[in-house]
Design a protein around this ligand. Structure first.
Ligand code: FA5
Length: 345
């Protein structure tokens, strides 16, 4: 093959490379100049027929041209790959400032908003949170709370029976009996939130399944004043600084004295209106000083130890807190109702 033909390959390559824009073009050029069918390979084949001197000269030329071709192709290959990477990064770019497509998020049920808040408030006062069983024995739900069989107070707390001894607890007060039993003659400061059940007809303020938070403080020298101060602080944190509480005497077999605790009506500030049925106050919980019999049954000496207890209905607090007029709305999972609580969760 003519030396000029081989040398011209360099010029042809430079021209061809000028038009290369991507790896595919470059691959074709590589095949054209370096494959077995390339002009350079054909020149190598005619090598055998040459004399020794010609072989040296011809070989040098072929090597020089091959090195030139390889280095030019590799040079352009680098540039092409770099450009392709930049193009890819550009086309894959994510605009993090672009508005997202609307993601629908759920809202926390007001029951849980309030339940969490009640727990937080009492924990901040130093109460420990405990749990109790929902399926309870007659012994813990009634007997240890000074409600023996045939006691009339049982009528107000009829429930669902598993058998003649096991029942769905009617209140969280059995937690009192469990905790006293676990820690004989030791000071206690616990709350027990949880589900409770009663054979109550469902209406705007009653449900057969609801929830309470029980509170129990036992120690030396605990008085009704401690109960009042604790609940006053709870009410102010839950409903606002302006709210006042009122203790009304009441009856629970497991506390003596017993009280119902009312909170001043937010609507009329205690003056009396439709919401509070003209009384200026709304009832939120039952409470009292732990009955000596309850302490005795748990082997506490009532001459040394005294305590207070309270039981607050979580749904009723949620209703007051968020102006919910029907307790059943809390349970029915109507998205229109729940969405109103989106920002609070
Ligand atoms: C009790 O259950 C007592 N164990 C509370 C207590 C604890 C008193 C410790 C003294 C010491 P009562 O039956 O009043 O008390 O219920 C307490 C609260 O539970 C009520 O104020 C109310 O908020 C809520 N509650 C009672 N029954 C229902 C019901 N059917 N549906 C919704 N909430 C209810």
């Amino acid at each position: 093959m003519e030396k000029e033909t081989i040398l011209k390959l360099k010029e042809d390559l430079i021209k061809d490379l000028e038009n290369v824009t991507n790896s595919h073009d470059l691959e074709e050029i590589s095949i054209k100049y370096l494959s077995k069918k390339s002009t350079l390979s054909q020149a190598m084949q005619s090598f055998r027929t040459l004399s020794r001197e010609e072989k040296v000269e011809y070989g040098k030329l072929i090597n020089e041209v091959r090195t030139f071709i390889e280095s030019k192709i590799s040079e352009v290959s680098k540039k092409v790959k770099e450009k392709e990477l930049i193009d890819k990064l550009e086309s894959d770019k994510i605009d993090i400032t672009a508005p997202s497509s609307l993601i629908s998020t759920g809202a926390k049920n007001p029951f849980y908003l309030v339940s969490d808040e009640i727990v937080d408030i009492f924990v901040s006062m130093g109460f420990k949170v405990v749990e109790g069983p929902e399926v309870e024995s007659d012994h813990y739900n009634f007997e240890l709370l000074n409600i023996p069989k045939n006691h009339p107070a049982r009528d107000m707390q009829d429930t669902f029976y598993i058998n003649s001894n096991l029942l769905l607890r009617t209140h969280t007060s059995p937690a009192q009996a469990h905790e006293l039993e676990k820690n004989p003659n030791k000071p206690l400061m616990i709350i027990c939130p949880g589900k409770t059940y009663r054979r109550d007809d469902d209406d705007m303020t009653h449900s057969h399944q609801f929830a309470q938070v029980e509170g129990l403080v036992v120690g030396k020298g605990i008085t009704l004043a401690n109960l009042k101060a604790t609940l006053e602080l709870f009410v102010k944190k839950m409903f606002g600084e302006k709210r006042e509480i009122r203790l009304r005497s009441s009856y629970f077999p497991f506390t003596e004295p017993s009280v119902e605790v009312d909170v001043s009506c937010a609507e009329c500030n205690g003056k009396g209106c439709q919401v509070c049925k003209g009384t200026g106050y709304i009832e939120i919980l039952g409470a009292g000083m732990v009955h000596p019999n309850v302490l005795k049954m748990a082997n506490y000496d009532p001459e040394i130890y005294s305590g207070f207890a309270f039981g607050v209905g979580i749904e009723r607090v949620a209703m007051l807190r968020y102006d919910i007029n029907d307790i059943r709305k809390i349970y029915t999972n109507d998205i229109r109702f729940l969405n109103q609580f989106k920002k609070r969760g």
